[in-house]
Ligand binder design. Structure first.
Ligand code: IMP
Ligand code: MG
Length: 189
């Protein structure tokens, strides 16, 4: 017999609620629109899977023409620590040569994923390349990477929801929350 898991019951506390997320995203969208005011072309590249919720809200808040593309990158298995190994599991549909590219990330932790993406996209000769991330854990940085727009700096806690997963679950929670540590403690041991 199988039972549906109560995802909310696994959350220790809500770190950033829905209203805080939407207010910050609206402000970021305005800043981005202003920065690209003189550029007719703008391509948002969503880093899958975690970036899908942020991309949806940022794109709708961005009141100017823009196109979307998607890239699948995988650096974690069912653990909460990066292996340091980054793989492209799904590439962009179109070339980006000559385009204004904005990478849309859910969270920057060690910086390895973004550093890898940045280098691999720069090799394709975009006109410009910038990075927007909803969440940033500055204390965890192992590789320096320049980030142009940051939604929230957060402490070193493992968070889920709003696109972020643990072992592929919790992405659909509408807020950013901290998982009860007993749920993943054994994996990092
Ligand atoms: P980095 O390569 O260590 O910077 O890790 C970036 C990726 O790891 C993100 O795109 C997330 O998919 C994942 N990640 C890092 N920290 C967390 C977290 O607290 N919760 C869920 N996923 C995370
Ligand atoms: Mg992930």
């Amino acid at each position: 017999m199988s039972r549906l898991r109560d995802l909310e019951a696994d959350i220790l506390y809500v770190m950033i609620n829905e209203a805080q997320l939407q207010a910050r995203i609206a402000a970021m969208a305005q800043e981005i629109a202003a920065d690209y005011a003189d550029e007719p072309d703008l391509l948002l590249i969503c880093v899958l899977k975690g970036g899908y919720v942020f991309l949806g809200d940022l794109s709708r808040a961005l009141k100017r023409p823009h196109e979307l593309d998607f890239m699948g990158v995988s650096s974690y298995g069912a653990r909460t620590e990066s292996s340091g190994e980054v793989r492209i599991v799904m590439d962009l549909k179109e070339p980006i040569a000559g385009r204004n590219v904005l990478i849309v990330e859910d969270i920057i932790d060690s910086g390895r994923t973004l550093d890898y993406m940045r280098r691999s996209l720069l090799a394709r000769s975009p006109k410009s390349l910038r990075i927007v991330t909803l969440l940033n854990k500055p204390s965890r940085r192992a590789v320096e990477v320049q980030v142009d727009y940051v939604g929230f700096d957060i402490p070193d806690e493992f968070v889920v929801g709003y696109g972020l997963d643990f072992a592929e679950l919790y992405r659909n929670l509408p807020y950013v929350g901290v998982l009860k540590p007993e749920l993943f403690a054994h994996l990092n041991a």
